[in-house]
Design a protein around this ligand. Structure first.
Ligand code: B12
Length: 502
C-alpha cells in the first residue's frame, strides 16, 4: 500500500505554556485529514522552541506540506518567523496558512515570499481538497475558500459554504502530545479544559471575527456528542471544569436546552460566550438547568452604552438588555463578564467617557460583574465578503491627524507593533496621546479597585491591598497617572485575561 502524504500542522506560540489549551484548530484539521493524509502537530504554546522543532522535523524528510494556524496579533509574528525559516531551508515544501488572519487578510498574507496558499474560513474541507490538488493535480481555481497566486496575481476563489461536519468527528487529543499540558488550574477548577461545542454564530456584528468567518451561520452539536466528549474528558483526563470556546454557546432555547441537560448531569463549573438577548429569552426551566450545571461566568458583549452604536455595528441587542442580563445572571449565581469597545472613531472621547460612566453604573448595581475593555478596531472585509456594513465601518477611518487610514498590504506590515495592537484592540491610530493615557489610567484604576476573580495566581492579600490602594481614586474618579497602582500591579503581577484567557 502507498504511504499517505504527511502534513505537519503547526500552532505558533500565542500564549504562555501555563495558559495553553488544546489547539483546537489543528486538532480539528488533523481529524478531518484522517484516512486521506497522515498528520502530526507541533504546538508552540507547549514547545517554546517550536521553530527549531519544526526545522528538525522537516529535516527528517517525511513531511510533504506544512499547515500553519494564524490568528492576528502576536501569533502572526511567530507564524511569519517559522514560515520564513521553512522557506529558507526547505523551499520545496508547500506552506499553507489558515485561521482568522488569512481569512480576513488573505491578500496581505500572500503578498509575501514565504506563503503559498491562504485558506479562508473553516479549513477542514479546503485543506483536504488543496492537498489533493497539490499532490494529485487538480484545478486550484475550483477549491472554495482558497486564496492563491496565479501568474503573479493573488486569486481569491469563491467562499466555502458553512459545514457542520466537524461536529461528527472525535478529536485526536493525544496527537497534540501529553494531554496534561492542556488542563490547568483556573478559577473554575483544578483541571480546566478548553472545549468547543457549537460552531459559528447566527449574528453578523461588523466588528467580530466570528462573523467574517461564519457569515451568520451556526450549528449546535447533538447532545450525545457533548455527553461522549465530557465523559472522555472527565474519565480519561480528569477534567473538572470547562471553558467553552464556542463562538456563542446559547442559541435558540430548543437547541440549547438538550446541551444544558448534559451539563446539568456533569455539573462541571463552566464558562462561555453568551448574548444578553439569548440569556433573557431562556425560560425558568432552562435557568434551573443553568444553575444545576454550575455555569460560573458568561462573557457577554455589552460593547457600548449607546443604543445607536449597537445598532450601527449590528449587534442586535440594547443597553437595557445588557442591564437586564446582568440582573438575570446575578439572581442565578452567574457572574457576567462584560466586554466593551472604547473610542469608536466618530467620537472617541465622548463615547469612552460614556462607557466609563456606564461601567460605574454596572459596578454599583452588581459589583461582581467583570469588565473587559477593548478599543474598537474594525478590520477590513474578508475577500468575498458581501457584508456592506463591514465595508462601511472601515471606509472613512482616519488617524489622529485626520489622514485616511491605510491598512497594511503585507503580513509583515500587519506584524508591525502598531498593527499588532490594532488587531488586539489595544490601540488605534485615531487616538491622541491624551486619550491613550486616559484609557490606560481608567483601566488600571478599575482593574485594581476590582481585581478579577479569574486571577488565581495572585494571593488574596495582594488583591485586597490593591483594592484598598485604588479605592479613593475610583471613588473620586481621580484616574490620572496612577503610578502607585501601576507599580503595585507589576509587583503583584496581576493576570490580564484579555491576553492569557482564563
Ligand atoms: C482560545 C482563544 C484564544 C486563546 C488562544 C488559545 C490558548 N489559550 O491556547 C488566547 C486567550 C491566547 C487568545 C488570544 C487572543 N485572541 Co482569541 N480566541 C480564542 C477562541 C475563544 C477559541 C479559538 C479556538 O480554539 N477555536 C476553535 C477552532 C476549531 O476554530 P479556529 O481556530 O477558527 O480554526 C478553524 C479555522 O480558523 C481554520 N483554521 C485555523 N487554523 C488553520 C490552519 C490551517 C493550515 C488551515 C488550512 C485552516 C485553519 O480551520 C479551523 C477548523 O475549521 C476564539 C473564539 C472562537 N470561538 O473561535 C477567540 C478568537 C479567535 N480570538 C480573537 C482575538 C482577536 C484574540 C486576540 C488576538 C486579541 C484579543 N484581545 O482577544 C488575542 C491575542 C492575545 C495576546 N496574546 O495578546 C478573535 C479573532 C478575531 C479576528 N478577527 O482575528 C476571536 C474569534 C474572538 C472574537 N470573537 O473576537 N484567544
Amino acid at each position: 500500500m502507498k504511504a499517505l502524504k504527511h502534513v505537519l500542522l503547526i500552532n505558533p506560540t500565542i500564549t504562555s505554556r501555563r495558559s495553553a489549551r488544546f489547539p483546537l484548530a489543528v486538532l480539528n484539521l488533523s481529524a478531518a485529514l484522517d484516512g486521506s493524509y497522515a498528520s502530526s502537530i507541533i504546538d508552540g504554546n507547549i514547545d517554546r522552541d517550536f521553530v527549531a522543532t519544526t526545522l528538525r522535523t522537516l529535516a527528517g524528510g517525511s513531511i510533504d506540506a506544512v499547515g500553519i494556524s494564524v490568528m492576528g496579533g502576536p501569533q502572526l509574528r511567530n507564524a511569519i518567523r517559522v514560515s520564513q525559516e521553512i522557506r529558507a531551508r526547505f523551499p520545496a515544501v508547500p506552506i499553507i496558512w489558515g485561521g482568522h488572519f488569512p481569512s480576513i487578510c488573505a491578500e496581505p498574507a500572500l503578498n509575501t515570499p514565504y506563503l503559498d496558499y491562504a485558506v479562508r474560513g473553516q479549513g477542514e474541507d479546503t485543506l483536504r481538497e488543496l492537498l489533493d490538488a497539490i499532490f494529485g493535480g487538480g484545478d486550484l481555481g475550483a477549491i472554495a475558500g482558497l486564496s492563491w497566486r496565479s501568474g503573479g496575481q493573488v486569486v481569491h476563489n469563491r467562499s466555502r459554504a458553512f459545514s457542520a461536519a466537524s461536529l461528527t468527528r472525535t478529536l485526536p487529543y493525544e496527537r497534540a502530545g501529553d494531554p496534561r499540558n492542556y488542563v490547568a488550574r483556573t478559577f473554575l477548577g483544578r483541571r480546566t479544559t478548553g472545549y468547543q461545542a457549537a460552531l459559528g454564530c447566527r449574528f453578523r456584528c461588523t466588528f467580530c471575527g466570528v462573523a467574517s468567518m461564519f457569515r451568520g451561520k451556526t450549528a449546535l452539536p447533538p447532545a450525545a456528542r457533548l455527553d461522549q466528549d465530557l465523559r472522555y474528558l472527565t474519565t480519561q483526563l480528569g477534567v473538572d471544569a470547562v471553558q467553552f470556546f464556542d463562538h456563542n454557546f446559547f442559541d435558540r432555547e430548543q437547541d440549547t436546552a438538550p446541551l444544558l441537560e448534559v451539563l446539568a448531569k456533569y455539573q462541571l463549573p463552566w464558562w462561555c460566550f453568551a448574548r444578553s438577548d439569548a440569556l433573557l429569552n431562556l425560560s425558568e426551566q432552562s435557568w434551573a438547568l443553568v444553575r444545576k450545571s454550575r455555569l460560573r461566568m458568561a462573557y457577554i458583549g455589552a460593547e457600548s452604552p449607546s443604543d445607536w452604536l449597537l445598532h450601527d455595528v449590528r449587534k442586535g441587542t440594547s443597553t437595557d438588555q445588557t442591564l437586564a442580563a446582568i440582573e438575570k445572571c446575578r439572581s442565578n449565581g452567574v457572574i457576567p463578564e462584560l466586554s466593551f469597545m472604547l473610542a469608536p472613531p466618530h467620537d472617541p472621547e465622548g463615547e469612552t467617557e460614556r462607557t466609563f460612566d456606564f461601567i460605574r453604573h454596572v459596578k454599583r448595581i452588581h459589583p461582581k460583574t467583570e469588565i473587559m475593555l477593548y478599543i474598537y478596531a474594525p478590520l477590513p472585509p474578508a475577500p468575498g465578503s458581501t457584508n456592506l456594513h463591514v465595508e462601511r465601518a472601515v471606509a472613512n477611518l482616519r488617524d489622529s491627524d485626520g489622514a485616511p487610514l491605510v491598512f497594511p498590504s503585507t503580513a509583515d506590515g500587519w506584524a508591525e507593533p502598531q498593527w499588532l495592537s490594532y488587531w488586539c484592540h489595544t490601540d488605534v491610530p485615531w487616538l491622541n496621546e491624551r486619550m491613550r493615557r486616559r484609557i490606560r489610567d481608567f483601566t488600571t484604576v478599575l482593574g485594581c479597585r476590582f481585581p478579577t476573580i479569574t486571577d488565581v495566581r495572585s494571593a488574596s492579600w495582594s488583591k485586597l491591598a490593591l483594592r484598598t490602594l485604588a479605592s479613593w481614586r475610583y471613588r473620586f474618579q481621580r484616574y490620572e497617572r496612577p503610578w502607585e497602582l501601576t507599580l503595585s500591579k507589576k509587583l503583584i503581577r496581576l493576570a490580564d485575561p484579555r491576553v492569557t484567557g482564563l
